[in-house]
Design a protein around this ligand. Structure first.
Ligand code: NAD
Length: 307
């Protein structure tokens, strides 16, 4: 069996060493494609591989078509919108993610972003404190739950909305109030921490109306995906309401305009960095390698996302 590790943004060395060790122990051949810039390089590299480990790399229908022997793709990370699930399923290829492995890194960044924005992006002037403010958690999954717990420790009031979490004990155990609608969540949140996946349902779902409903001085914190934002609507709301702020780990398409328009009320990390910690790299990378072996050797499909 041959496994390709394809990472346009490479794993940290320790993570890569660990991945190679797990694959070698299973007697698999390992191919490495790092820091590639052209999709043709990826297409050439997948031709004879049985499995692939990727990060945010785009596994398109074209890539899948070229990978004639491919049986499994594992996305080392949570979001799997970079993999064409339809094309994979049509070929019977299993796609997995590694849920939860980088959640703490992302949650810490979300909290850091709240502090950064409440202190005027560390520029002179009077800021405000997080303690006593309300943070709304939009989607109570792996990252959202951790943000909720960390926010509680900072003395914040935490509310959350997730229509797919049916066990209310999850909220209760964290001392988090579950609200009944997206509208209710945004209207009550001084900070809104976004943790929804990018799906057909969520694409461009956060825009003018929800932003305009937020309390005075509110901040939208996005460590999820840029695709869930309606940029035109967001810009309109921030133009009309000069008290609103937006901080994101996924730069909007219109980043230059937004930087020029909104000054200290807007910040985007230069490159997505939520999961960029040594710990998250190692956790997600090793989990991906174990899942590749688990599937190819033992048929384990626990984290399959295209069932
Ligand atoms: P998760 O799968 O654990 O949780 C997602 C939650 O979203 C689930 O609880 C689900 O019920 C909920 N959900 C789905 N559709 C919804 C909808 N329409 N409305 C409300 N809730 C909905 O995922 P996670 O690990 O918590 O990741 C959350 C987000 O963070 C994803 O978008 C992921 O891509 C992103 N992420 C970003 C980085 C980064 O580097 N910035 C790293 C990891 C994850």
């Amino acid at each position: 069996m041959k496994i390709l590790i394809a990472t346009e943004k490479p794993f940290a060395k320790k993570a890569l060493d660990g991945i190679k060790e797990i694959l070698a122990a299973a007697d698999y051949e390992v191919a490495l494609l790092e820091k590639y810039t052209e999709k043709e390089e990826l297409i050439a590299a997948v031709r004879d591989v049985d499995g692939m480990i990727v990060r945010s790399d785009k596994v398109t229908a074209e890539v899948i078509e070229a990978a004639e022997q491919l049986k499994i793709v594992v996305r080392a990370g949570a979001g799997f919108d970079n993999v064409d699930l339809k094309a994979a399923s049509a070929r019977g290829i299993v796609v997995m993610n590694t849920p939860g492995q980088n959640s703490n890194a992302v949650a810490e960044l979300a909290v850091a972003m709240m502090i950064y924005m409440s202190r005027n992006r560390f520029t002179p002037g009077t800021g405000f404190e997080l303690q006593g403010k309300t943070v709304g958690i939009h989607a109570y999954g792996n990252v959202g739950r951790l943000v909720g717990r960390k926010a509680k420790a900072l003395g914040m009031n935490v509310i959350a909305y997730d229509p797919f979490v049916t066990d209310s004990a999850l909220f209760e155990n964290d001392g988090v109030e579950q609200v009944g609608s997206v509208e209710e969540l945004y209207a009550a949140s001084d900070f809104l921490s976004l943790h929804i996946p990018a799906t057909e349902q969520t694409r461009k779902s956060i825009g003018y109306k929800l932003m305009m409903s937020m309390p005075k001085g509110a901040t939208l914190v996005n460590t999820a995906r840029k695709e869930v934002i309606d940029e035109v609507g967001l810009e309109a709301a921030m133009t009309e309401r000069t008290d609103l702020k937006y901080v994101t780990d996924i730069a909007p398409d219109d980043v230059a305009t937004m930087t020029a328009m909104f000054g200290n009320r807007f910040f985007a990390t230069p490159k997505k960095m939520g999961a960029e910690t040594a710990e998250a790299n190692i956790n997600a990378g090793l989990a991906a390698a174990r899942q590749v072996v688990g599937y190819l050797r033992d048929g384990i499909t626990k984290f399959q996302v295209n069932k």
